[in-house]
Ligand binder design. Structure first.
Ligand code: PHE
Length: 388
C-alpha cells in the first residue's frame, strides 16, 4: 500500500516534469515557423484598446491595419507578421506588454504607443533591448530623450509638446486676444504637466498672465474648489491639456459654475466621445485636419471611410503614417535587423506622410505643422495651420 502510494507520487512528479520540459521548449503560440527561405519581419503594435482612452487605441489599430494591408503585408522582400497588444493606457501594463512582445513574440519593431504616459516607460524597454520603436502620437520630449541623452532606437511620427504648447499660447494671445488664462493639469501625467508648463511659459513670454495654475490627480472627479476660485478671477481662457474624458468632466463643471472663459487644449481632445455640448466653442491643437485639401489627405480620408465607415481622426492618421514610415525604413534597410532599420529610419528625408512631409531631427522627432480645430455643432471645424 505504502509502496504503491510512493510509486504514484513519483509518477505524478515525472509526468509533471516532462510536461514542464516540453512546455519550456515549445515556441510561443503566435510565432509560427516561417517556411524555409522566407524572410520575415515581425512588428508589434502597442495601443490602449481598453481603459480611459480606448477610442485612441481603436483608431490607432485601424490606421496600423490599413497601412499593413495596403502594403500587401510586405516590406520589400520581407513578409510582415504582426502582434497587437493592449496597454490600457497604464504605465505598468505598457512595460509588461512591451516585454512580452520583445521576449516572447520576438518582434524586431514596435509601433506605439499612443500616450506619453504609456510610451515613456515602453521606450526604456525598447531602447535597452535595441528594438526599433516609432510612436504615432506620444508628444512629451521624454519619449525619445532621457536627461539629455537620445534613445537611439526610438522615434515618433508627431511633433512634441514644447511646440504644441507654444502654438496654443500664441493662438490665445494673437487670435483670441486673451490677456489672462487659468491652467489645470494632471500632475501625475508627463503629457498634461508638460503641456501646461509650455503653455504658461509661452503665454507669459508673450505678455499674458496665468492667474491660476492648478494641479489635480488622475482619479479626481470633483473640481469645484479649484473652479470656484477660477470663476472669481474672470479669466478669458481656461487651458485644459488632458485627454477627452477628463476635459469633458472639467469643462462641464466649469460651465456649471458660470465660467465663461474660452476653453483651449491639446491633441488629447481628439475623440468622438468628447462632451460636445460642454466643450462647444473650445479650440485645440492637433496633428492633422481631415478637411485638408492636399490630395494625399483626401485619398487617405476616402480610403479610411471606405473601410471603416468613419472619418479618420489624428490617432488613426498618425498610426498610418508611423507604420508607413517603419515599412519604408525596413525596405530601405532591406533587412530585418533592428540596428539597420534604425539607421534607415533616422535618415528618412521628406517622406510623404498624410500628416505632412516627414524627416526626423537629431532626437528622433518629426518636425511638422500643427492644426488648430474648434468644437462646433458636434463637429471639429478647421481653424488654421501653424508651421514650426
Ligand atoms: N499627445 C498625447 C500624449 O502624448 C496623446 C494623443 C495624441 C492624444 C493625439 C490624442 C491625440 O499623451
Amino acid at each position: 500500500m505504502k509502496l504503491k502510494k510512493i510509486g504514484y507520487i513519483l509518477l505524478v512528479i515525472l509526468v509533471g516534469v516532462s510536461l514542464l520540459a516540453t512546455g519550456c521548449s515549445s515556441k510561443p503560440a503566435q510565432q509560427p515557423a516561417a517556411p524555409s527561405g522566407e524572410k520575415v519581419i515581425k512588428i508589434g503594435l502597442i495601443t490602449p484598446l481598453t481603459g480611459d482612452v480606448k477610442t485612441f487605441g481603436e483608431s490607432s489599430k485601424n490606421g496600423f491595419m490599413l497601412a499593413l494591408e495596403q502594403a500587401g503585408m510586405k516590406a520589400g522582400d520581407y513578409k510582415i507578421e504582426f502582434v497587437i497588444a493592449d496597454d490600457r493606457n497604464d504605465a505598468t501594463e505598457a512595460v509588461n506588454v512591451a516585454d512580452k512582445l520583445i521576449k516572447q513574440d520576438k518582434v524586431q519593431c514596435i509601433v506605439g504607443s499612443v500616450t506619453s504616459k504609456a510610451t515613456i516607460p515602453i521606450s526604456e524597454v525598447t531602447n535597452a533591448a535595441k528594438v526599433v520603436q516609432i510612436s504615432n502620437t506620444a508628444t512629451n520630449p521624454k519619449v525619445t530623450v532621457d536627461n539629455g541623452k537620445r534613445k537611439e532606437f526610438v522615434f515618433r511620427a508627431c511633433f512634441i509638446d514644447p511646440f504644441q504648447g507654444k502654438v496654443g499660447a500664441k493662438f490665445a494671445l494673437e487670435t483670441l486676444k486673451a490677456k489672462t488664462a487659468a491652467v489645470m493639469f494632471d500632475q501625475g501625467n508627463d503629457y498634461t504637466k508638460g503641456l501646461a508648463e509650455q503653455f504658461k511659459i509661452n503665454f507669459e513670454a508673450g505678455g499674458g498672465k496665468v492667474v491660476a495654475y492648478e494641479a489635480y490627480a488622475q482619479n479626481d472627479t470633483d473640481f469645484s474648489a479649484v473652479l470656484t476660485n477660477i470663476a472669481k478671477q474672470n479669466v478669458e481662457v481656461l487651458y485644459l491639456p488632458d485627454y477627452y474624458q477628463k476635459v469633458s468632466l472639467i469643462g462641464k463643471q466649469a460651465r456649471d459654475k458660470g465660467i465663461k472663459a474660452t476653453f483651449l487644449g491639446g491633441d488629447g481632445w481628439d475623440s468622438n466621445e468628447i462632451d460636445w455640448v460642454a466643450m462647444e466653442g473650445g479650440y485645440f491643437t492637433n496633428h492633422y485636419n481631415s478637411g485638408d485639401t492636399r490630395p494625399e489627405v483626401q485619398k487617405w480620408v476616402n480610403e479610411y471611410k471606405a473601410k471603416y465607415n468613419a472619418v479618420p481622426d489624428a490617432l488613426a492618421t498618425l498610426a498610418y503614417d508611423a507604420t508607413n514610415l517603419l515599412i519604408n525604413a525596413i525596405k530601405t534597410a532591406n533587412s530585418n535587423e533592428p540596428d539597420k532599420i534604425r539607421a534607415a529610419m533616422q535618415n528618412t528625408k521628406d517622406f510623404a506622410a498624410v500628416s505632412g512631409k516627414t524627416s526626423f531631427d537629431a532626437d528622433g522627432n518629426s518636425v511638422k505643422a500643427a492644426a488648430i480645430l474648434q468644437i462646433k455643432d458636434k463637429k471639429q471645424i478647421f481653424v488654421t495651420t501653424v508651421a514650426p
